[in-house]
Design a protein around this ligand. Structure first.
Ligand code: FES
Ligand SMILES: [Fe+2]
Length: 422
């Protein structure tokens, strides 16, 4: 019997006589609906650059929770692509965000991921220009008398706080944020996230393109094989998820958290606004929360009157996902760092007045999502290695269990078509 011919991926030429945009237009025209993306979308540095500038730069990123910088001068860094931003608590309790770029000769000012600005100032390590927490330049050594310190403050980055969550936008033309604030008020607000506290953070550096990480994040086809611990208490990986969710709702009832359907995610009409999406699901196997055994691991959050065995998933833009269980919350943030490098940041929240060792055991609260996130890093990295192969060709998504991944890809392709024409 003759062998099947091997169909190798046609090499993608970023440069050449036709130019990048035309080659990209041809690639987009060749992309088949219902199949995974062609290889260059996952590993071409030129395509990645276009994505960052045209699809991602004007989005809002959830960079953390206010409880992680309680005192004036507390700061942490947010790193996106090759950019770095200092997020710092100001003298009057406000949250500032400044580009981590000195206005003298451009040095990075803070290099530690988090810390405290001693004496209430940020000092550039190179020639010791001194900035106040609000970003204004306080002192620049040995500069001539005509030097105007008033026009040499740190460049501000757009910052918003909603339900205790800090959001940044690195663009001059940020998308409308009010839709995010409204959605979070109806969801995270009901769980008291504004008064919650961070108990743990993990950063997973994933050697894969950001879209592979996102494709994985929004489907649960992989949950059964890859996340046995998760699948014992969540129903998403099962074929009749909707039915299970309805049964759970009927059996347990709501507990005063009324969430009207919100779906403005990956839709064209949301252009100009940030994209938001909310789902509410039932837990599985009589679990009340996402823990080993499904039993509560922390005090109830917000105005919940009991553990109802339901949980809420919120999406902001493409890169920020949030999970609200009755007793704890989890913030998931993906930040592209290069074409095949993505940071995956997970933050755990509990009730603000809960005491460690008395009301909760940190290991128990974080156990399930530490295991699950580490598995996700591993499977997404294996995915990238396979996609880089000359034997890779686009494969079919399963329907309907990978429907949200398809929806994400459809959104991506429509945005890239616009970018290719721009
Ligand atoms: S580069 Fe910052 S003080 Fe010179
Ligand atoms: Fe996963």
């Amino acid at each position: 019997m003759p062998h099947q011919p091997i169909m190798f991926q046609k090499p993608f030429k970023a440069e050449g006589s036709q130019g990048f945009r035309q080659n990209l237009s041809e690639l987009l025209a060749n992309q088949q609906s219902g199949l995974t993306l062609q290889q260059p979308f996952y590993n071409s540095p030129e395509i990645y650059r276009l994505e960052v500038e045209n699809l991602l730069m004007n989005r809002w990123h959830c960079v953390g929770h206010v409880s992680s910088i309680p005192k004036a001068g507390d700061y942490f860094l947010f790193e996106f692509d090759s950019e770095s931003v200092i997020v710092v608590r100001g003298e009057n309790g406000e949250v500032h965000a400044h580009a981590n770029v000195c206005r003298h000769r451009g040095s990075r000012i803070c290099s530690k991921q988090s810390g405290h600005a001693n004496g209430g100032v940020l000092v550039c390590p190179y020639h010791a220009w001194v900035y106040k927490l609000d970003g204004s330049l306080r002192n620049a050594r040995m500069m001539p008398p005509e030097f105007d310190s008033g026009s040499h403050g740190l460049k501000p980055v757009n910052v918003e706080v909603a339900e205790g969550l800090i959001f940044l936008n690195l663009s001059d033309e940020p998308r409308e944020f009010s839709v995010v604030a409204e959605m979070l008020s109806a969801t995270a607000g009901k769980f008291g996230w504004g008064d919650a506290k961070v108990i743990h953070e993990e950063r997973y550096s994933i050697d894969a393109n950001w879209k592979l990480a996102l494709e994985n994040q929004v489907e649960c086809y992989h949950c059964g094989p890859s996340h046995p611990e998760f699948s014992r208490v969540h129903s998403q990986g099962r074929p009749n998820t909707e039915q299970i969710t309805e049964q759970t709702r009927a059996a347990r009832g709501e507990h005063g958290i009324d969430i009207s359907p919100i779906d403005k995610w990956a839709e064209r009409e949301t252009r100009g606004e940030e994209a938001v999406f909310v789902e509410r699901h039932g837990m599985f196997n009589n679990a009340l929360t996402a823990s080993d055994g499904g039993q509560p691991v922390a005090p109830l959050m917000g105005n919940a009157s009991g553990y109802d065995g339901l949980f809420t998933i919120m999406y902001v833009g493409q890169l920020n996902h949030f999970l609200a269980y009755s007793d704890y919350g989890a913030i998931f943030r993906y930040t592209p760092r290069s074409v095949t490098q993505t940071d995956f940041h997970v933050t755990w929240l509990v009730r603000g007045d809960a005491k460690e060792g008395v009301d909760f055991d940190k290991e128990k609260v974080t156990w399930l999502w530490r295991i699950t996130a580490a598995a996700d890093k591993r499977i997404v990295e294996e995915n990238q290695i396979g996609v880089n192969s000359r034997f890779y060709t686009p494969g079919p998504y399963a329907d309907p269990i990978e429907a949200k991944t398809q929806r994400f890809i459809d959104w991506y392709l429509s945005e890239m078509s616009l970018a290719a024409q721009a």
